[in-house]
Design a protein around this ligand. Structure first.
Ligand code: ISC
Length: 419
């Protein structure tokens, strides 16, 4: 634990080709974060900041051209970088960030000390770029963003009506499962400290993929997702997970968690969806671990992990093929996929944008870590927009599903607004 996954995997040749530097300036992590994000905004650059689950290294990556919009995401064609994909590519573009600048720093998450002065460790940077980042002012990160005017929170009444329509569509066997989502818009009354909120999210959600991304196209997003979509270590293994079913963590030990039939079925449908994707490519050799209860902050979920030995199978392009088959999984969309997409397009009045899309570093040192973009929010200059969905089955209780989306929004809401 708390060991960066890149340590030890950096090959000597890669080291030689990069300009490794260590600047001697020491600042608080939040001050660095503020400079790093402000620099991206001033430069109209693409920026991804992330922490992998069970890791204390915060990675920083800039694409100084703002990122490349892609019609399709073909993992095998991408250069080492970062991917940000929306729920539906028709509404927002897939964006790939190449690696123009790469750096990192470590957080002492065990002692939770965010006040300690630290240095940034640059792996690839030009000295003029480093000087510019150091000289960038420490400013509020939402000030330079666009203003949102005509966007409103989903009302409880509308959400509950959608859930009821979903249950009816399941009763008439049009659908087996559907995952309606909502947005919650909160006005920014005072100056927000987004950099500090990001670090607090890293410290609180140690098992999550915690990200902060910016590009002129996508804007500024933060997320702390528990759901891996694809973990790929070239010529070693491929992993994906079926994550679904939610309850609030109580004082009981996680291993004693009891699940209802509704939640068991809800998660089993995601597992079945993944196995059907494997069937489509005639893949029979996989390990199935779970379902197990996992904790994601104050919430609990059911999770089954699927692992494939890609070396034994001699199937190097598996991750690329599976990414296309899996997204959007029935943890965020529904079954059958096309019918669920139609249902959501008709009933959801907001654009999901990058919520329930996928996000993460790709092909870095032969590894890709792609997550479903959940428990996330978008910042604008005057509002924070939180996104959440809940899986509906025939046994759903609309009130409970609404409560669940409120709890999911709170994952970041409490941190962003210090409540
Ligand atoms: C759609 C979301 O969560 C998914 C992942 C885990 C549990 C879920 C559920 O219980 O509904 C969802 O399928 C969300 O966090 O917005």
């Amino acid at each position: 634990m708390y060991q960066s996954y890149y340590d030890g995997s950096i090959k000597k040749a890669e080291l030689k080709n990069s300009t490794f530097k260590k600047n001697e300036i020491k600042l608080k992590p939040a001050e660095w974060m503020s400079k790093v994000v402000n620099y991206a905004q001033i430069k109209n650059a693409g920026l991804a900041i992330w922490k992998l689950p069970q890791d204390n290294t915060i990675h920083i990556l800039y694409d100084l051209d703002g990122g490349t919009k892609l019609d399709e995401v073909n993992l095998d064609d991408l250069e080492a970088g970062f991917i940000l994909a929306p729920f539906q590519a028709a509404e927002n573009p897939n964006i790939h960030f190449k690696t123009d600048i790469k750096g990192s720093f470590s957080l002492d998450l065990v002692n939770n000390s965010l006040d300690e002065l630290i240095e940034l460790q640059w792996e690839k940077i030009k000295s003029e770029e480093e000087d510019s980042i150091i000289k960038t002012n420490i400013e509020s990160l939402h000030k330079r963003l666009k203003k949102t005017v005509s966007i409103n929170s989903t009302s409880k009444k509308d959400y509950i009506n959608t859930v009821k329509a979903g249950i009816n569509a399941i009763k008439t066997e049009e659908l087996y499962k559907v995952v309606p989502s909502k947005i919650k818009c909160v006005n920014i009354e005072e100056t927000l400290d987004i950099a500090d909120a990001y670090l607090k999210a890293c410290a609180k959600y140690t098992d999550a993929f915690v990200s902060l991304t910016f590009s002129p196209t996508s804007g500024l997003w933060m997320g702390a997702t528990p759901e891996t979509l694809i973990e790929d270590k070239k010529n070693e293994y491929f992993k994906t997970v079926a994550l679904a079913g939610t309850q609030v963590k109580t004082e009981n030990n996680v291993i004693h968690t009891a699940w209802t039939q509704k939640e068991i079925e809800e998660q089993a449908l995601v597992s079945r969806y993944i196995i059907n994707c494997f069937k489509k490519i005639r893949l029979r050799e996989y390990e199935e671990i779970g379902p197990k209860t996992i904790q994601a902050g104050s919430l609990l979920h059911l999770k089954t992990t699927y692992k494939v030995d890609t070396k034994a199978l001699n199937f190097p392009e598996l991750a690329s093929v599976m990414l296309k088959l899996l997204h959007p999984t029935s943890a965020v969309c529904g079954i059958p996929k096309e019918k669920a997409l139609e249902f959501l397009a008709e009933k959801e009045s907001h654009n999901r944008s990058y919520f329930s899309g996928f996000i993460g570093p790709v092909r870095m040192y032969d590894q890709s870590h792609i997550f479903v973009n959940l428990r996330c929010c978008q910042f604008t200059s005057n509002k924070v927009i939180f996104y959440a969905g809940a899986g509906i089955t025939i046994d759903s209780d609309p009130e409970k599903e609404w409560f669940e989306t409120e709890m999911k929004c709170k994952v970041l809401e409490d941190i962003v607004f210090h409540t």
